[in-house]
Every structure is written in structure tokens, then in C-alpha cells.
Write a protein that binds this ligand. Structure first.
Ligand code: SF4
Ligand code: SF4
Length: 314
């Protein structure tokens, strides 16, 4: 007999719906150190330009939260070994933060620690991650540098920008609760290369090359930007996708209104928004004040016209 499809209870549906209602757009003000190790620079550029809003299921959002909740327990575990763990910067009372490229690149550390049994006098950057069993087994077999280069890149950046020479990577298997702990040595050459990569992404006028032209390529299949990247169009309308906006030292500048933009304004955009031509699946055939015309792939014409509305006070 065929199995009956799983029917979630109203309570379960409501719990997931609560997570989904609170998820926001997922846009981060800066390019995060935690994602810099992504293999596709174009995906990073799309992230930084807020091209695709986050749309995660309630179940997945709860799973992300599980990873955050695990951090408190790992801190307790490390303290039980005699380590001194600082989760926040005593000077600010907030998480330790690093920044570069005029504030457009940055990240927050899970903490720093001294008194680690293997090297008690050395400060360590702490990085906590949870893994599914397959990922955890690969990590245990190969080590973080080979199994999770993205996590390794994150730690190299944190070490470089804090001046701390070691990192302690603490991984938890979500299926068995087994731990994997590894010390990482700072590699300033690698960190410099990563920072250069961040700068190239942040200040690129055009999206970098695709990692593959095939939308079915495995990295593309799991990429949030697949539709925008391979099918064209559909980019979110924010200042970050507008041809008038440029990242400058300390923020974003709008050339159309000749002023800096707050994060709130960037999310809202104004009615003079014009898409960066690379985000439109067509070729520019004409352009004027507040208007750009495109020849689309099917030979039709599409006019990105910002003249048709009253100029809003921006
Ligand atoms: S769909 Fe593929 S090529 Fe496009 S941004 Fe994503 S990973 Fe890169
Ligand atoms: S023209 Fe409007 S949408 Fe474009 S960058 Fe300036 S404020 Fe943002």
C-alpha cells in the first residue's frame, strides 16, 4: 500500500511560519568574511549587490538557529578545560569585529581564547561550526583546510585582521554530537590574497565571470542566484542594483542625487532606480537621462524608464 503523504500539524506549520515571517531579506550591509571562501566570485558580487533576497524554509531557519545555540555550550565546554574564553570585546561589550575596504568587508568572531591546553600562552581566534554527519566525517578525515576551505578562509581573515596567530576550530556533528577540534596557524599570504579577492568583488563595476556557463553545474544548482545569473532578470530593486550607486569609503554614494545613502534608503531605493545593465538580460541600445533601452534576447525592446514617475524627495 502506498504511504500516506506526511501532513504537518497546524502547530508545526505555525512554528515554521513564525521563523519565515521573521527572516527579513537576508541582505548584509557588508561582504562577510564567512562567505568569502565561496568558489564563485560572481555569487559574492550578487550577494554584495543584494540581487537575491533570502527565502529559506522555516525548518532551515530553525536549523541555523540550532548552530547559534550550540555556541554557548561550546564556550562552556572550553571553559571546563581551563581555557579563558571571551565571547565579546570587553571594550565595546559586543562581539569582536574585523573590517576592511572602507567598512564594506567584515565579520564577527565567535570569540577569542587563551589557556588552550595545546598552547596555553597563545591567544586563539575561536570558530564554531555545526556539520551534518557526512560533512563531519570528511572534516575529521581531511582537516578543515581541505574539507571546508570556506571556514579556513574565514579564520585566516580573522587572524590577519586581529593580529592573533592561531585559530581554534571547533566542529560539532549534528547527528552524533561528536566534536572535532583543530588548531590553525595564521598564513598572512593567504589572508592578503583573500582580502584582495574581497576588494575585487566589492569595487567591481560588473559581475565577475561565472564559475560555469551550465546552470546545472553542481555549484550553480545550489546557488541562490541561479535564476538571475543564468536566466537573467529578476534582480531585487534596491540601490545596490542601481547603476547610480557606488561603494565608497564608509558607505554608498548615489551619483544621481549626489549624496551618501543609509542602509534603510538602500533597501527602499528611489523612483529614479535604473538597473545596472549587467543585471538585465539584453543589450543596451539607447540611454538618456533616467532611461535605458535594451534589445532583449527575443528581439523585443525593454525600456527601463525612471522618467514616468514624479521625482521623490530622496
Ligand atoms: S549560478 Fe553559478 S555562476 Fe552564477 S553566481 Fe551562482 S555559482 Fe556563480
Ligand atoms: S538613483 Fe535612487 S535607487 Fe539609484 S542609487 Fe540613487 S537613491 Fe538609490
Amino acid at each position: 500500500m502506498a504511504e500516506l503523504p506526511y501532513a504537518p500539524t497546524p502547530t508545526l506549520t505555525a512554528i515554521y511560519a513564525d521563523y519565515e515571517a521573521r527572516q527579513g531579506d537576508g541582505f548584509r550591509d557588508h561582504l562577510g568574511a564567512s562567505i568569502l571562501g565561496k568558489s564563485c566570485a560572481r555569487a559574492l558580487w550578487y550577494d554584495f549587490r543584494w540581487v537575491t533576497p533570502a527565502r529559506h524554509s522555516g525548518r532551515l531557519l530553525r536549523l541555523f538557529e540550532t548552530g547559534q545555540l550550540e555556541e554557548d555550550r561550546l564556550v562552556r565546554n572550553l571553559r571546563a578545560t581551563g581555557a579563558t574564553v571571551l565571547e565579546v570585546d570587553p571594550e565595546t561589550g559586543r562581539q569582536f569585529r574585523v573590517e576592511a575596504h572602507g567598512g564594506h568587508f567584515g565579520g564577527s568572531l565567535d570569540g577569542v581564547a587563551i589557556g588552550i591546553i595545546e598552547a596555553p600562552k597563545t591567544w586563539h581566534v575561536l570558530e564554531f561550526k555545526t556539520h551534518g554527519v557526512k560533512s563531519f566525517n570528511e572534516l575529521a578525515a581531511k582537516g578543515v583546510a581541505l574539507a571546508k576551505p570556506q571556514h579556513c578562509a574565514q579564520m585566516q581573515i580573522y587572524m590577519h585582521l586581529t593580529g592573533i596567530t592561531r585559530a581554534l576550530y571547533v566542529a560539532v556533528c549534528k547527528d552524533t554530537d561528536a566534536l572535532h577540534i583543530e588548531r590553525i596557524e595564521a598564513d598572512s599570504a593567504m589572508a592578503e590574497r583573500l582580502l584582495d579577492k574581497a576588494g575585487r568583488v566589492i569595487f567591481a563595476q560588473h559581475p565577475p565571470a561565472r564559475i560555469s556557463e551550465d546552470p546545472a553545474w553542481f555549484e550553480c544548482r545550489f546557488c541562490d542566484h541561479n535564476a538571475v545569473c543564468h536566466e537573467g532578470g529578476g534582480a531585487a530593486t534596491t540601490c545596490r542594483s542601481c547603476l547610480h550607486a557606488t561603494p565608497v569609503e564608509g558607505g554608498w554614494h548615489c551619483a544621481r542625487h549626489d549624496r551618501m545613502l543609509t542602509a534603510l534608503e538602500q533597501r527602499a531605493a528611489c523612483n529614479r532606480h535604473l538597473f545596472i545593465p549587467d543585471l538585465v538580460p539584453g543589450a543596451v541600445i539607447d540611454a538618456g537621462d533616467d532611461v535605458v533601452s535594451y534589445r532583449m534576447a527575443d528581439s523585443s525592446t525593454w525600456v527601463n524608464d525612471a522618467r514616468t514617475t514624479e521625482a521623490a524627495p530622496c
